[in-house]
Design a protein around this ligand. Sequence first.
Ligand SMILES: [Zn+2]
Length: 253
Amino acid sequence: MIDTHCHLQDRVFEDDRAEVVERARDAGVRAMLTVGEDLADSRAAVEVARRYGIVAAVGIHPHEAANAPQDIAGELSPLLREDGAVALGEIGLDYYYDHSPRDVQVRVFREQLRIARDSASPAIFHQRDAFDEFTRILREEWKPAMRGVVHCFTGTPAQARVLCDEFGLFLGIGGVLTFPKAESVRDAVRDVGIGALVLETDCPYLAPVPKRGKRNEPAYVTHTAAKLAELLAVPLDEVVCATDANAFKLFGI
Ligand SMILES: [Zn+2]
């Protein structure tokens, strides 16, 4: 089992990071990808990855677009070449919170898509309330050889189809799958099937039921995996096997 999206460099793990990683390994989580949100956070992600034998992604989250460095490629490209850095992320658009102006989000997103393309790195996408703009930009920038995942997918079956069929993207499935109201996500997951899915926690956020409301951690990805097995009516080991294979295709982990 692989947690393809966590934030283990977050300061909420400062006091017990080693125990958190150990609990995950004891629970059968054999790899974790810790994801950066701005330049300093990306550096911290690479450090944590190196220290705990996990992997990292480096990138500028749409929330942080307004604070992006002048020369994004000049800052991110060397980080991407560090040991343990396997992807660019998280990048994208968030028109729900609008923490950064939309035109700035778009510019920073496009620049990072080009870094992903030029470095042949997989991309980890954050998209919220910006589906049309997000896919419009991908139509202009995406190349068939590129790989990526829309993390914390919470859209409709029709949106899932566009992401998977048109762009060959994977969907990151986390704790939301276990939430009572997330019927459309469950419909989308049934519709696209296990071949397009990877597991994630997005910890410390979005803990799955029965841990909902608590600090999330990679070990809890087991609850999402179990829910996915139940939903698709397949054995748990089939879910683990398929999502691990997808994570390998995407990230080489
Ligand atoms: Zn995240």
